[in-house]
Design a protein around this ligand. Sequence first.
Ligand code: RAT
Ligand code: ZN
Length: 416
Amino acid sequence: MAEVPHARLEAIRDSVSRAVANAKITDIHTHIYPPEFGELLLWGIDELLTYHYLIAETMRYVDIPPERFWTLTKRAQADLIWKTLFLERSPISESCRGVLTTLDRLGLDVSARDLDSYRRFFAEQSIEDYVDRVFELAGVDSVIMTNDPFDDLECPVWFANTSFDSRFRAALRMDGLLNSWQTAVPKLREWGYMVNNDINAETVEEVRRFLRDWIERMNAVYLAVSLPPSFVFPENSPRGKLISECVLPVAVETQKPFAMMIGVKKLTNPSLRLAGDSVGKASIEVVEYLCSNYQDAKFLVTMLSRENQHELCVAARKFRNLHVFGCWWFLNNPSIIDEITRMRFELLGLSVTPQHSDARVLDQLIYKWAHSREIIANVLADKYVDLAATGWRVTEDEIRRDVASLFGGNFWNFVR
Ligand code: RAT
Ligand code: ZN
């Protein structure tokens, strides 16, 4: 092993930090919207505090039944969360820390613990300028949204053909179609797609037409669905048939990746609503089956269970049509991001997209990326230091090239 001078190792670490800090990110999965989508765009302190991750944490301490919590105004919910998680005890969880990182990066005085002054700051912002400021502070170039035609607020925006900020790109979310077929049928018929409960030849054609229409209407970058741990394929169920007969053929024909987010147990505690979902280990065989039997299709995959992460990396070594992305939801915590990112680099080199933000509130882009950047930079620096110990010389330009691939380049190459 070559003896690498300490100064050289420090220089490598500095180059990686600089490259990661300056990287312009494509955030490949979020739940934020441009201002043109009206109230769908959430931002500001009350939204940050009522993030469902924080609601779940608050409910562990307060003696209020969830049913009562939901009757409170948003402001009162935020007050309760602030008092419970930030004032009555120290806010050490990742989601709590995120609120504070966000306030701090916006130039607010976190040490003051003054919720009213934070509210005043947000009340003074104009949303268009504020979007620019958040993108700038987060170092984000563009974001992919989660776009659901079955959402009553969102659907009219698309039908109105509204033009919007081009930094926001669409992903056609198909949960409504694939996971609740019985509810989707009347809606599809209302829109003029002649579908039946029974997925016969005419229904297949009509669902394909629906998908093509919406891909075009949204100019969707990819098609996406979230799936339970019990997801199997092939399967003689509406979802199984719709995936094999409609989604995969249209994905191949349009060359759009099919994003599968696997491992969410919906509403384990229904009274918590959005905060009530849980996690379970899913079957990697299903992912392997799809990649192997549909080699013309492209699969973007993230899995929610920590237990699935290693086998997902191994699957990606076997199938170049599988692109692994993100540390999703309950995995988006420093210790787990560190572990998963290390493992991915060791098994897959640079051929992954290590993170997405999943931001639901615009301002969360700031903290989610600040926190993830730091961890990814650290892991990457360790890898270059290990390389240097072999005698390999890595240049600053090469580090920048590699970092650009991780924060968006790989994704766009895969999509194209
Ligand atoms: O991370 C979240 O906010 C979850 O509630 C889900 O939205 C999840 O990310 C999803 O896309 O289904
Ligand atoms: Zn999400």
